[in-house]
Design a protein around this ligand. Structure first.
Ligand SMILES: [Zn+2]
Length: 318
C-alpha cells in the first residue's frame, strides 16, 4: 500500500500537473469505487483544482467551492499520468470500455490522470465531499509524526495498549504509516514488532520517535529523487534498498542474520531477530498469537474511515 513517502511524491507530481487546471470529465469503470452518493462526482466537472493534500495514506484533491475528492489506493491502486499532447487521442465516447486495469480516469484540460487496480479484489476507494466540515470528517486522526514533538508522539503511542506493529500502522493513531515502513521503522529503532506500547521505556519511545522521523524523511527524499520531474510510475511496497521489509530469508544489512517473518491475519511483518528481539523468534506461538489478536480481521477494517466521534466509541475496548 502506498504510504507517506509514496503519497507525498504522488502529491508533488500532481501539484506540478493539475494544480489550477480544470477537470473536464470523470469516468468510472464501475460503481464500487465511489463510496459517497452526494454530491454526485459529476459536480466536479468544470471545476479547477485549488490544492492537494495528504490525509494519512490518502490523496485529497481540493476543487473550486470547497469540493474534495479523496482517493485511497489501498494495496493495488496506482496512478498514472498522460499529457494531452497534440497527438493525444480525443476523449473516448460516452461509455468507453474500460481498459484491462483502468478503474477511473480524470480528464483535465492538460492531460489525463488514470487509476488502475491490479487483482480481482477491488479495494481502492473514492469519496467526494463538499465543505470543510465534511472534509475534516474523512480524517482518521492519526498523528503526523514528522510534525510532532517527542511528548506528543509518546502520548499518542501510549494512549492505547497495542503491539508496536499495530500502533504504528493504525491510521487512527499514526498518519501515513503502513506495513512496509513500519517494518523499516522498527528495524531502525531496533524494537520488536510485538512489543507492547505500555511496556516501552522512555528511552525506547525516544528511539522509536527518531527512527520514525528518520525513516519517513529518508525514504521521501529517495523517492523524490528517483521520480525527479516525472510521474511516479514505479510505486511499490517492496524496494531493494529496504533493510527488512519483503526480505525474508535474506541477510540483515546490520548483522548478517537471516531476516525473519511472521504471518498474521492477511499480513506479514519482517524483522531481524538478532537486532530487534534479542534473538527470539516471533514465530513462537504466543508472540504470533499476540500480533494476531492485536490486528483487525481485515485491512479494510483498519483503514476504514471513521469520524473521531465514532473512534472514541470504539477505542474504549482496550
Ligand atoms: Zn540484524
Amino acid at each position: 500500500m502506498p504510504e507517506l513517502p509514496d503519497i507525498v511524491v504522488y502529491i508533488e507530481a500532481l501539484e506540478r500537473r493539475i494544480l489550477h487546471h480544470s477537470l473536464e470529465r470523470v469516468r468510472l469503470s464501475g460503481p464500487y469505487l465511489l463510496r459517497t452518493a452526494s454530491p454526485p462526482i459529476q459536480e466536479l466537472e468544470g471545476k479547477r483544482v485549488q490544492g492537494l493534500r495528504r490525509i494519512g495514506k490518502r490523496i485529497a484533491m481540493g476543487f473550486d467551492e470547497d469540493y474534495w475528492l479523496v482517493l485511497h489506493l489501498m494495496i493495488a491502486g496506482r496512478l498514472h499520468w498522460r499529457d494531452r499532447g497534440p497527438a493525444a487521442l480525443p476523449l473516448p465516447a460516452k461509455k468507453p470500455a474500460p481498459r484491462s486495469r483502468d478503474v477511473a480516469a480524470f480528464d483535465f484540460d492538460n492531460g489525463s490522470l488514470t487509476l488502475t487496480e491490479a487483482g480481482s479484489r477491488k479495494r481502492a476507494s473514492i469519496h467526494v465531499v463538499a465543505g470543510a466540515r465534511k472534509f475534516a470528517g474523512l480524517d482518521p486522526g492519526g498523528l503526523e509524526v514528522l510534525e510532532s514533538s517527542l511528548e506528543e508522539f509518546a502520548a499518542r503511542l501510549t494512549s492505547e495498549n497495542h503491539t508496536l506493529k499495530r500502533a504504528l500502522t493504525d491510521p487512527h493513531l499514526m498518519s501515513g504509516i503502513g506495513n512496509a515502513y513500519s517494518d523499516e521503522i522498527l528495524y531502525a529503532a531496533q524494537l520488536s514488532p510485538a512489543a507492547l506500547t505500555s511496556r516501552l521505556t522512555a528511552e525506547e519511545i525516544a528511539r522509536l520517535h527518531e527512527a520514525t522521523r528518520m525513516t519517513l524523511r529518508d525514504w521521501t527524499g529517495r523517492l523524490r529523487e528517483e521520480t525527479g520531474g516525472g510521474f511516479p510510475e514505479k510505486v511499490t511496497a517492496f524496494r531493494p534498498a529496504m533493510a527488512v521489509h519483503g526480505r525474508h530469508g535474506q541477510p540483515c544489512p546490520r548483522c548478517g542474520a537471516k531476516v525473519q517473518r511472521i504471518r498474521y491475519a492477511d499480513n506479514e511483518t519482517n524483522y531481524c531477530a538478532r537486532c530487534q528481539t534479542g534473538g527470539k523468534l516471533l514465530a513462537d506461538r504466543s508472540l504470533s498469537r499476540l500480533l494476531k489478536q492485536d490486528w483487525p480481521r481485515t485491512l479494510e477494517e483498519l483503514e476504514a474511515m471513521r469520524t473521531n466521534e465514532v473512534r472514541r466509541g470504539l477505542t474504549n475496548v482496550h
